[in-house]
Design a protein around this ligand. Structure first.
Ligand SMILES: [Zn+2]
Length: 146
């Protein structure tokens, strides 16, 4: 049974295909511009958009709609129940992935899509601060090279 309208389905497909486009690309470019080097497509729970392996920082860009942003999580009127359940299950999955990553020693940054539009510089600063502080901490722990 097909629960999606044609428009919803094509929106869905474009979101899936668009894994490499828009909000997360903007963030990656901005991080690169301030000299931060990262990995993408890391095989970690929830498939973080950007990963800093040495600092063990994982960054997710959460779409306002799909992840139920409190400001922009508009509730579609058609198939309201379907979408409500879908978004609730996304949120539950986010929490499970967060827990799995934290257990493995990762620090997690979750950024709303709208934060990138509103304050990209602030988001980049926040990530850089965390990455730098986590890197220096792990550098202290490592035995010094001779
Ligand atoms: Zn939002």
């Amino acid at each position: 049974m097909d629960v999606l309208t044609r428009e919803q389905r094509s929106l869905c497909m474009s979101r899936i295909r668009g894994k490499n486009t828009r909000p997360e690309m903007r963030l990656r470019l901005a991080l690169w511009a301030v000299g931060l080097r990262y990995r993408i497509h890391a095989r970690l729970p929830g498939r973080p958009d950007v990963v800093f392996p040495s600092a063990r920082v994982a960054v997710f860009v959460d779409g306002c709609f799909w992840h139920g942003c409190p400001d922009h999580g508009v509730k579609p009127k058609t198939n309201a129940q379907f979408w409500e359940e879908k978004i609730a299950s996304n949120a539950a999955r986010d929490r499970r992935n967060n827990a799995a990553l934290q257990e493995a020693g990762w620090s997690i940054v979750r950024i709303w899509e709208h934060e990138l539009r509103g304050d990209l510089t602030g988001v980049v600063r926040r990530i850089r601060k965390l990455v730098v502080s986590r890197r220096s901490r792990s550098a202290v722990k490592k035995p010094s090279k001779t």
